[in-house]
Design a binder for this molecule. Structure first.
Ligand code: SF4
Length: 293
């Protein structure tokens, strides 16, 4: 069995290690098909879509990369062609993340949508434990139901609904992934047609507007725009999304535990109940954070 509590060894990680804990970014798999283009071509292709009247969907987690990405998109695309979408993880995401994303949308004068799944992160873990107790109950790098079921699926559904209601037949789906975050993200294409999402005569392209930016450049972009970051960054967080992420750094998980004690207790209890760990390092949360459950 894999990722059982108490079992040693390191998980197979494709990505970088920080503070002894493997961390991989939330790679919102932009698996795509069709024509792709890299580097500077992505912007010209995006501009051609803009001129053809496409809707630019800004996926906004409330985090710094989403902010910088949205700032870059708005440098080239009028707010009238932008839709900001926040895929909420409900109880599992940092408090205030949704509101932070909504504030950015309101300040830009762009419409804002919340995409939410009909299930929760912990509910998904509990169901997997009940259905298949012989396999790890938590999502992993290879079985990312948290991303596919709780983020990508609901966003795709809401965007299709929004576009259908307005007769929009061109979508550019903008995401804040950066090459500097991980090797997996470095391999992402900054521009790709996503034929599977482009149903009903609608075209769908994925665009990573800040794929080439460093973390320092992201922070400088947000600062130059006069915007504030979500308060979790002031606590020392490197990333913002789920409070407890299977790829999270030790520091982020510890911040999460210290500032969200009730949620932390539920995650720790769920680890004990399932007998498996959330984190890809196969270490139980209290071992990583130093905070008893
Ligand atoms: S736990 Fe949350 S932040 Fe981490 S990969 Fe899953 S959905 Fe993304």
């Amino acid at each position: 069995m894999d990722r059982q509590i108490g079992r040693g060894g390191e998980a197979s990680m494709d990505d970088i290690g920080i503070g002894g804990i493997g961390i991989s970014m939330d790679t919102e798999d932009a698996s795509a098909s069709g024509a792709v283009s890299a580097g500077g071509d992505a912007l010209s292709l995006a501009l051609a879509e803009r001129d053809a009247g496409a809707l630019f969907v800004v996926n906004h987690s409330g985090g710094k990369d989403s902010q910088a990405m949205m700032i870059h998109v708005l440098e080239h695309v009028p707010a009238s062609q932008v839709l900001v979408v926040h895929a909420t993880l409900g109880e599992s995401e940092w408090p205030g993340a949704l509101e932070h994303a909504r504030e950015q949308a309101e300040a830009a004068g762009a419409p804002f949508l919340v995409a939410q799944a009909g299930k929760t992160f912990l509910g998904m873990v509990e169901k997997r434990r009940a259905d298949r107790p012989e396999v790890p109950s938590w999502p992993s790098a290879s079985t990312r139901q948290c991303t596919s079921d709780l983020k990508r699926g609901p966003v795709t559904r809401e965007v299709r609904r929004y576009a259908s209601a307005r007769g929009i037949d061109r979508i550019v789906n903008c995401m804040g992934m950066r090459a500097a975050e991980s090797s997996a993200r470095a391999r992402k294409r900054p521009w790709a047609e996503h034929a599977a999402h482009g149903v009903a005569g609608r075209s769908w392209h994925d665009w990573l507007p800040i794929h080439a930016l460093s973390t320092a450049e992201v922070l400088a972009t947000v600062h130059a725009a006069g915007q504030a970051l979500h308060p979790a960054y002031a606590l020392g967080n490197e990333r913002l999304s789920c409070v407890f992420c299977l790829f999270g750094s030790a520091g982020d998980l510890r911040n999460g535990a210290l500032h969200n004690p009730e949620l932390y207790a539920r995650y720790v209890e769920m680890e004990r109940r399932t007998g498996y760990t959330l984190h890809m390092s196969r270490k139980a949360l209290p071992e990583i954070t130093g905070v008893p459950g």
